[in-house]
Design a protein around this ligand. Structure first.
Ligand code: GSH
Length: 280
């Protein structure tokens, strides 16, 4: 059996504590004295550059792409952009992404190496990097952001595409009037119907999702706001008269996000100016 340690007498314990107390300020001073040396060492070290771990494949004139390009900049994520104009149907691209859609990210850890769909990309990166500001984890708040994005992709965007793609020169979806060999009159009627249908979902975003707040995300833009503002950019190609709130909203997004918004927006706006100049 191990021998029990003999307890030190109380008086010894007391004086040891007092000595320790006395020594404490001296210790702290010694620590402080070491600090500047440490700081000097740290200052000598070159700042570690963030190595891009995400490759973002884009088509610059597209608002689906603008969405993720704005988001990645606003969130200050380390990413590198690859312009894949003309190569989305190449065997190499199709090997990674059989849907041939951009935006697409490639990153280690993704089950298939690649991920497309703008909203899914923003959700994934927000989850991964804990970007609470853009995509709150509170289930009720998050549900509103998700609902706004699904509503946009499922309802607003098809109207935007049918209204603007003929002018933008983008291929329309199979089965739609604009995608097939119909008379110009029929195509124009279909386009007009889509333009007329835009007003309702736009009003829903304003009255329901924003409900008196500047953004869907409240005081700050969320990923749903990035998706909505980018989408509205396309409507300039048909001179759509946006309601005043929407014009103010785009300006507020640009003000809040600065160059993160303005830089990708310039590519979309540049393309729109180009197609308009060709049509004039
Ligand atoms: N719902 C998708 C739409 C993506 C999409 O339509 N991408 C188009 C550009 S606007 C594309 O990459 N097309 C190239 C192709 O199909 O080859 C999203 O939000 O990301």
């Amino acid at each position: 059996m191990a021998k029990a340690k003999k307890a030190a007498p109380k008086s010894v314990k007391k004086s040891a504590k007092a000595a320790a107390r006395k020594a404490a300020p001296a210790k702290a001073a010694a620590k402080k004295a070491v600090k500047p040396a440490k700081a000097a060492k740290a200052a000598k070290k070159p700042a570690k550059a963030k190595i891009p771990s995400i490759t973002l494949s884009v088509l610059k004139p597209s608002v689906n792409n603008m969405t993720v390009r704005v988001f990645a900049r606003a969130a200050k994520l380390p990413f590198e952009e690859a312009d894949v104009y003309g190569s989305t149907r190449s065997p190499e691209f199709l090997g990674k992404n059989p849907a041939h859609l951009t935006p697409m990210i490639e990153e280690k850890g993704l089950p298939r190496g690649a991920l497309w769909e703008s909203c899914a990309i923003m959700q994934y990166l927000s989850n991964k990097h804990g970007l609470e500001k853009f995509y709150p984890s509170n289930p009720a708040k998050r549900a509103m952001i998700d609902s706004a994005m699904f509503y946009l992709i499922g309802t607003l965007y098809p109207y935007v595409a049918r209204a603007t793609y003929p002018m933008l020169g983008f291929a329309q979806y199979a089965g739609e009037v604009g995608a097939h060999d119909f008379d110009a009159e029929v195509k124009s009627a279909a386009q007009k119907a889509a333009i007329a249908a835009l007003a309702e979902p736009l009003d829903v975003f304003h009255t329901f999702y924003m409900a008196g707040q500047p953004f869907i995300g409240g005081k700050n833009p969320s990923i749903a706001d990035i998706r909505l503002a980018s989408t509205l950019e396309f409507l300039n190609v048909i001179d759509y008269r946006l309601p005043a709130w929407a014009t103010d909203y785009i300006a507020a997004m640009e003000k809040k996000l600065g160059s993160a918004y303005a830089e990708p927006a310039a590519d979309v706006r540049g393309y729109i100016s180009y197609v308009r100049s060709k049509a004039a």
